[in-house]
Design a protein around this ligand. Sequence first.
Ligand SMILES: *Cc1c(COP(=O)(O)O)cnc(C)c1O
Length: 469
Amino acid sequence: MTIDEFEKQAHSMVDFMVDYLRNIEGFPVKSQVSPRQIYDALPPQPPQDAESMDDIMSDFKTTILPGITHWQSPYFHAYFPGNSSYPSLLAEMLTATMGAQCMIWETSPAAAELEQMVMEWLRDAMTLPSDWEGVIQDTASTATLCALISAREKYTNFDVNNEGFGNHRLRVYCSTETHSSIEKGVKIAGIGKNNLTKISVDENNAMNPRELEDRIREDIKNGVKPICVVAALGTTGTTAVDPILELSRICKEYDVWLHIDAAYAGSALILPEYQHLIQGIADADSFVFNPHKWLMTNFDCTAYYVKDRSYLVNSFSITPEYLKTNTQGQVNDYRDWGVPLGRRFRALKLWFVIRNYGIKGLQKVLRSHMALAKWLEGEVLTHPDFEMMAPMNFNLVCFRWNPGGKDEAFLEKGNKAIIDEVNASGMAYLTHTKVKGDYVIRVVIGQTYVEKRHVERTWTLIREASAKI
Ligand SMILES: *Cc1c(COP(=O)(O)O)cnc(C)c1O
C-alpha cells in the first residue's frame, strides 16, 4: 500500500466507523453465530498474492462483523461494560499511527510524563492519598498480581525474588465474593491457591472483618505469615463493597498489605458522594481500577496506585546492558512498574477523555447511569412478579422473576430462560450471577451513551420474556 492509497482507505475507514457507531442500535447486541462458524468461513491458507483493501473490508463486513458482540451498543447490559467514547477512539487512532513502544522514558518521554500526570489527575479527582503514585497497566488482573508480588517481597525481605520460597509460608485473604483474578494471581505468584483464605460475607455480600481477624491471628499462631488482604470495592457479582475502614485497621494492626480491587466501581470515586467508601485508604497499600470499564476509555487501560513504589519497582526492575540510559533515576521508567517490558502509549486516550469531558462531564455521565439504574430498581420493586436480590450500590441491578409459589429449581430455569430469550432476540445482552445460591439476572447500566429509552425497552423485553414462561 502506498501512502496515497492509505489516504484514500483511511478516509473511507472513518466513514465506515461513523456509520457503524451511528447504526449500532441496529446490530444484534450479542453475536448470534455458532461455534466454528467464523473459523469455517475463513480460507485455510493465507493468500500468496496481495489482496485489495476493498476485498478485505468486504470480507470483514460479511464474515467478521456477524461474529462481533457489540460492546458499544447502549443495549449492552452484560458483565461490566468495556467502555469507549468518541474522544477515546480518536486517541487510539493517534496511538496506532505513531506506533510508539513506550517501555522506558527515553523511548518516548511524552508517554512517560503524560502517564505520570494523568495518573495524578485521576488520583486527585478520586481523593486517593496525594503522595500515592500511579501507573497504567493492561488489566486489573495484572495489577493485582503486581500487588501480590510486592507484598510477597516486602514480607520476605526479597527472599523469594532472590532465593525462591525456602521455608516461607505465606497467606493471602479475600472474601468468597472476590474476583477470580485474586486466585489466579496467588497461583502465578507461587503462593499457592491453598494459601488463599476466603472469608465469608454478610447479608450485603461484604467481607466479615471479625472472621478475617480471627483467621489472621490463627495463621500467625501457626507460623504462617499473612502478607495480603484483597478488599473488593464493588464485587463482580453484585458490586458489594468490603468495609475498607475496618479492614485497613486490621491490616495496620497485623502489618499486612491491603490491596483494594475497585476494578469496576472505582470510577464512581470521581463523585464526591461516593468518596466515603474509601475512608481508611491512607492505611492501604495499593488500589486498582479500570478506566476501561466505566470511564469511557477504550480497553485496555487499568490504573494501579501504590503508597510506596519501592516494593513494586524493587520487585520488578531489571537493567540489562541494552536498557541502561543516562536518565535512569531522574525519570519514571515504567518497564520497572509491572510485568511486560514493552508498553503501549495508553495515557493518550485517558488524556483525551479527561480533557474532552472534563471531570464534571465524566461525573455527569456516571450520575446519569446511577439514575437510570435507580429507575429500573424502582420498576422491579413495584412489579409483583419481580424482586431485588442484592442491594444496589452503583449501577448494577440484581433481580429475578419470582411470581410466587415456585421452587428454586423452577425459578432458576425461568430466569435463565428470560436471559436466553432476550439475548437470542439480539435486542439486548444480559448475563447472570448467583447470590447466596440463587440464580439472578444482572443488568448493568453503564454503556457510555445509554439513555432512558434503552433501559425502558430492555425492561419491556424482560417482562415480555417472563410472560412466556
Ligand atoms: C473486571 C474485574 C476484574 C478483572 O479485570 P481485568 O481488567 O479484566 O483483569 C477484577 N476485579 C473485579 C472486581 C472486576 O470487576
